[in-house]
Design a protein around this ligand. Structure first.
Ligand code: NAD
Length: 356
């Protein structure tokens, strides 16, 4: 029996998690899956005074995979940084030793009119941003704010060890090998020593992957190419901060934040979460788009359970439901059928069951 930890979190988290449970339910008939639900984020602060309670930590470490909704919301915004819901997210990533975030971008042809880009630029766009998660400016020391020469001066440190670069590069090359065999490594090697080391190590790792094509691109050019020629990318390998920015830029191409899944990997188990936040503005209204969350289950089936056929079934069913004209509010346009979060989840569940 394999365990999946479900941490719904806050805002729309519980609403979209219900739809993920429907999808998992379709496969539970043929797969011995145990689903355990625990709190995280604001919900855990309310219940235990801690955004990442010990019992959530314990189950996460023992689980084969973790499925997370989203955390955060205005209710907890006034808390000191160390006690905020986001600490739950950082806590679970750290507990599981996750150092790589994978964000695949798919353009659904049925929704191409929601993308800010022209349809001809969107043709054949399908790439994954592989973002390093544990190093870079976000974690580098020293960092701080001090008074220097009579004025406030702040500083952060961009730092990477070769071990950190090597393991994320291996993740990217392994992934590329399963697809179109192309890695584009993003850096700023022309001005930053850290990024020069990044490029050097990526090239070293590449020697073991001669079947994969490697290119390097400066981050400013990458930001431009994502909107000019997105179909040229297969796997985009990035350091932490550049990936943070570029993966959000890439997400816009899909037309809605509610459509995209992500996986954080590298540790003993993996964490799957949609790329959006807790969307407090629409929470409790049954209008959130659950597709990103349902596609997290597809990624989980493929990567954690080695069931690519289940992943394909989920993706096909989402596509069929979109073909049928059903749309949540964020992807609705006149001539299509506006449905609730729950109805969208049920429709995909029905389609999967009919294809199984
Ligand atoms: P957000 O992603 O929650 O929402 C941005 C906009 O997109 C909102 O208008 C929202 O209604 C819409 N949206 C998001 N997901 C949607 C969906 N599935 N269907 C339809 N519309 C959707 O970002 P935000 O408003 O900046 O942040 C809200 C809260 O979420 C904050 O507390 C923030 O800290 C937190 N947050 C959490 C995560 C996470 O848990 N991984 C990520 C980002 C933000």
């Amino acid at each position: 029996m394999e365990t999946i930890l479900l941490v719904a979190g806050d805002g729309i988290g519980p609403e979209i998690m219900e739809q993920a449970k429907r999808i998992l339910g379709c496969f539970q008939k043929n797969m011995p899956l145990e689903l355990i639900e625990k709190p995280i984020g604001g919900a855990a602060i309310d219940a235990y005074g801690n955004p990442f309670p010990q019992e959530t930590d314990q189950v996460a470490r023992a689980a084969k995979a973790v499925l997370l909704g989203a955390v955060g919301g205005p209710k907890w915004d006034a808390l000191p940084l160390a006690q905020r819901p986001e600490k739950g997210l950082l806590g679970i990533r750290k507990a599981l030793g996750l150092y790589a975030n994978l964000r695949p971008l798919t353009i659904w042809p049925q929704l191409a009119n929601f993308s800010p880009l022209k349809p001809e630029i969107l043709e054949n766009v399908s790439f994954t941003v592989v973002r390093e998660l544990t190093g870079d400016l976000y974690f580098g020391e020293p960092r701080g704010l001090e008074n220097k020469d009579g004025q406030r001066t702040a500083f952060n440190t961009m730092t990477y060890s070769e071990t950190e670069i090597r393991r994320i590069a291996i993740t990217a090359f392994d992934l590329a090998r399963k697809g179109r065999k192309k890695v584009c490594s993003v850096d700023k090697a022309n001005v930053l020593e850290t990024m020069r080391l990044w490029r050097e190590i990526v090239e070293e790792v590449h020697r073991d992957y001669s079947d994969v094509e490697l290119s390097h691109m400066h981050v400013d050019n990458a930001a431009m190419q994502i909107v000019r020629q997105p179909s040229s990318f297969d796997v985009m390998l990035t350091p932490n901060m550049f990936g943070d920015i570029l993966s959000d830029e890439a997400a816009v191409l899909s037309g809605s934040l509610g459509l995209l899944p992500s996986a954080s990997v590298g540790g003993t188990s993996a964490l799957y979460e949609p790329i959006h936040g807790s969307a407090p503005d629409i929470a409790g209204k049954d209008i959130a788009n659950p597709i990103g969350m349902m596609l997290c289950v597809a990624m989980m089936m493929e990567s954690s359970f080695n069931k690519p056929e289940c992943a394909a079934l989920i993706r096909q069913s989402v596509s069929d439901v979109l073909d049928s004209g059903m749309r949540t509010t964020d992807i609705w346009s006149s001539g299509t059928d506006k449905v609730s979060t729950d109805s969208m989840g049920k429709a995909v569940e029905r389609r999967i069951s009919s294809l199984l």
